[in-house]
Design a protein around this ligand. Structure first.
Ligand code: 13P
Length: 255
């Protein structure tokens, strides 16, 4: 099986690094590696979702990539304390936002809140990476129905013209932070189910095109297999994006 598109390599820095200085140092070093890479890379070859306070510092430095947010606030402009709304993130330099990551869901984010966040983020022209993934699997495969329902409920009210900026990330919760990723076959089965749900909601042409990422314990040794055999168009990477050599190795091995 072949890679479908130029792979989207997305890092999720989570609550790292500890300081702005470390973040700037990382991006400068990564940029140098991209600029001098022996392997020919596309003009933009990485996405990094960083702590929101670093966005304005990193976005101007990221000539070979895009800087984004790990979450958005679904509140409207006004009197709510804490959190950054999509227009604020965008004007600080964010090109994209992750929404519905399982670590955010765990803090009590509701389905309704997620749907609002997706709509606001897309309206703000942020490329929006929507995460879905099962906590556990059952033999009967009812987790697939759960994932399909998640897609349907979250996207039902989104205007069709905004879908071109949407990316889906399949992140099985049991693989995140673990030693073992899903197998490419396990990933492939879910990707088919997700495309089926999207087809019934938006149409088959869009369902074939929409970019789907895999995330959960990806390393440089497994990255390419997901793109070749897992039916995905890119990767959402936690730990291996928090270390320059590991992240750059993934960028070069997958392109
Ligand atoms: P790890 O790659 O560390 O398993 O994290 C995956 C993840 O949560 C990316 O969003």
């Amino acid at each position: 099986m072949n890679k479908r598109t130029t792979p989207l390599i997305v890092g999720n820095w989570k609550t790292t690094p500890a300081t702005k200085e470390e973040a700037v140092k990382f991006i400068k070093a990564l940029e140098k590696k991209c600029a001098t890479s022996k392997k020919k890379l596309p003009k933009k070859s990485y996405y990094l979702a960083v702590p929101s306070v670093f966005i304005a510092h990193l976005a101007p430095l990221a000539k070979h990539g895009y800087i984004g947010a790990q979450n958005v606030s679904g509140q409207s402009l006004g009197q709510t304390t804490g959190g950054e709304i999509p227009s604020q993130l965008s004007s600080a330099g964010a090109s994209f936002a992750i929404i519905g990551h399982s670590e955010v869901r765990k803090t009590g984010e509701t389905q309704e809140a997620r749907a609002i966040k997706v709509a606001l983020s897309l309206q703000q022209n942020l490329t929006t990476i929507f995460c879905v993934g099962e906590k556990t699997r059952d033999k009967e495969g009812s987790y697939l129905k759960e994932l399909e329902d998640d897609i349907r409920i979250s996207f039902t009210d989104i205007p069709r013209n905004l879908f071109s900026n949407l990316i889906i990330a399949y992140e099985p919760v049991w693989a995140i932070g673990s030693k073992t990723p899903a197998t490419p076959t396990e990933c492939f089965e879910v990707v088919i189910a997700l495309r089926r749900a999207i087809a019934s909601l938006i149409g088959i042409d869009y369902a074939k095109k929409v970019h789907i990422l895999y995330g959960g314990a990806v390393t440089k040794d497994t990255a390419t297999t997901f793109l070749e055999e897992g039916g995905v168009d890119g990767l959402l990477i936690g730990r291996s994006s928090q270390e320059i050599v590991a992240f750059f190795d993934i960028i070069t091995t997958t392109h």
